[in-house]
Design a protein around this ligand. Structure first.
Ligand SMILES: Cc1cc2nc3c(=O)[nH]c(=O)nc-3n(C[C@H](O)[C@H](O)[C@H](O)COP(=O)(O)OP(=O)(O)OC[C@H]3O[C@@H](n4cnc5c(N)ncnc54)[C@H](O)[C@@H]3O)c2cc1C
Length: 414
């Protein structure tokens, strides 16, 4: 459904969702699963295709959550994605770890899947349409005003939209977060990372393996991460602090370094390139002073992608926000009871975001090894791993940060 602007009419909604990325689509599905109307305002037109694989690594927990919200969706994403069965780590060209997992049977959801974010969003949007979500594309929310009774949004045409609650899923630059005056707090990485997508080349097949190189000798000792996804490969190059990123992102520069870490033909198969200094930021609060705007996804947190906690934590943010809004709207305790539900959401998801940022920071620090203690620990692990000890497993897993499944931490980590 697309919007028919009618400046004379302002309908009051129980809840409006702003943004149709993974957080907004999850919120919409959760609203419908709870039997509530779901209205989504999205700046992009319905035809706009966002570039880049971005959240290509989808945790099994996300698949299970999406399957719960919309039966068939988690499985559909898993079936469209791919699962690589082998992972390898190298140190300066020497293999320090390899492990191959048994192929999972298609009878259950896999432990993860690898699919470009745009494909995941397509499947989620189709599930939303199926569930009766009302989309208003081409609506750019410019400002938000909250009172103890609700929230009023104004879009770029001057049209106002009123609701009891708004779920801000409008991404890292979140106009809603800005409007209610909540800052993001935290640093950015000093190093730049070049991230490229490469189209599969059937004439030059590459084994479906995730490969991490510490100090790849063919690219001047920089770290390289190579991850397959359905239809292609994502390659991340970890630049040195004093590198000029332009040298690695020009057509010639790309060709030069890619053809040294992949079969040479892949140097000509770049479908997306981007550079990042990764932010490690969390919103100071996850709701406004009146508890009417609930921040979710990248509106509330930005993490380095090691450990894949961005989209994977945006889904439970959105689900928890919907639960809070649902409980607030049906709270017996009046306004105070409703406010308490929203405050609980804000506290829980902020705690989860701080935990996730801590994990991503550990992973980032391990990658760039600025601290002498980390450099020393990596060196010792390499010496042991090359002598055949188990330290290789640590070298392989450390660039992803702490494991998720620790008891009690699992809920927070998402
Ligand atoms: C290189 C890279 C790799 C990544 N890898 C992973 C990974 O493997 N796994 C993982 O979990 N995460 C990963 N992430 C993170 C993931 O991409 C994000 O966490 C995810 O996109 C956040 O979803 P979101 O819905 O909060 O925001 P977004 O995806 O940014 O969506 C926000 C939506 O809001 C809309 N919008 C913005 N402003 C307005 C407005 N004013 N009015 C209306 N609509 C508006 C936008 O058009 C957009 O559709 C990666 C990110 C990068 C950059």
């Amino acid at each position: 459904m697309s919007s028919q602007a009618d400046p004379g009419r302002t309908t009051r909604h129980p809840v409006l969702v702003v943004g149709a990325g993974p957080a907004g689509l999850s919120a919409a599905l959760a609203l419908r699963a709870a039997g509530m109307p779901a209205v989504v305002l999205e700046r992009r037109t319905a035809e706009t295709v966002r570039p880049g694989s971005r959240a290509a690594y989808i945790h099994g927990a996300s698949l299970r959550e999406l399957e719960r919200l919309s039966p068939g969706l988690g499985r559909g994403i898993a079936d469209r994605g791919l699962m690589w069965a082998t992972k390898r780590s190298f140190w300066a060209g020497h293999e320090v770890y390899t492990r191959t997992y048994p192929r999972y049977g298609k009878d259950g959801l896999p432990p993860f899947t690898s699919l470009p974010q745009v494909d995941t969003e397509d499947l989620m949007a189709a599930a939303c349409r199926e569930a009766g979500v009302e989309f208003h594309h081409g609506v750019e929310v410019k400002s938000a005003e909250t009172t103890p009774d609700g929230v009023r949004l104004t879009d770029a045409t001057g049209r106002t939209w009123e609701a009891e609650y708004a779920i801000a899923a409008d991404g890292s630059r979140s106009p809603l977060r800005e409007a209610v005056g909540i800052p993001l707090e935290g640093p950015r990485s000093r190093n730049t990372f070049v991230v490229v997508d490469l189209k599969d080349d059937p004439d030059h097949p590459v084994p479906l393996e995730r490969v991490f190189h510490y100090k790849h000798p063919a690219v001047g000792g920089r770290n390289v991460l190579i991850v397959p996804f359905a239809g292609g490969w994502r390659v991340d190059l970890n630049l040195n602090v004093d590198d000029d990123p332009a040298r690695f992102t020009s057509a010639e520069g790309l060709n030069r370094w890619i053809s040294r870490v992949m079969p040479a033909a892949y140097g000509e198969r770049v479908s997306w390139v981007s550079t990042y200094k990764f932010a490690q930021q969390v919103a100071a609060d996850f709701t406004d002073a009146h508890g009417r705007v609930l921040l979710t996804g990248e509106a509330s947190h930005l993490f380095a992608p090691f450990g894949a906690r961005g989209m994977n934590s945006s889904i439970p943010d959105a689900v928890r926000a919907v639960q809070a809004v649902h409980d607030a709207l049906s709270a017996g305790g009046g306004r105070a009871g409703a406010a308490a539900e929203i405050a609980r959401f804000a506290a829980e998801r902020r705690e989860a975001a701080l935990y996730n940022r801590g994990c991503a920071s550990t992973a980032l620090e391990h990658m760039v090894a600025q601290r002498p203690a980390v450099r020393l620990r990596r060196r010792m692990a390499v010496t042991l791993a090359l002598a055949g000890q188990k330290a290789g497993a640590w070298l392989d897993s450390a660039p992803y940060g702490p494991k998720l499944a620790a008891k009690g931490a699992a809920r927070k980590s998402y």
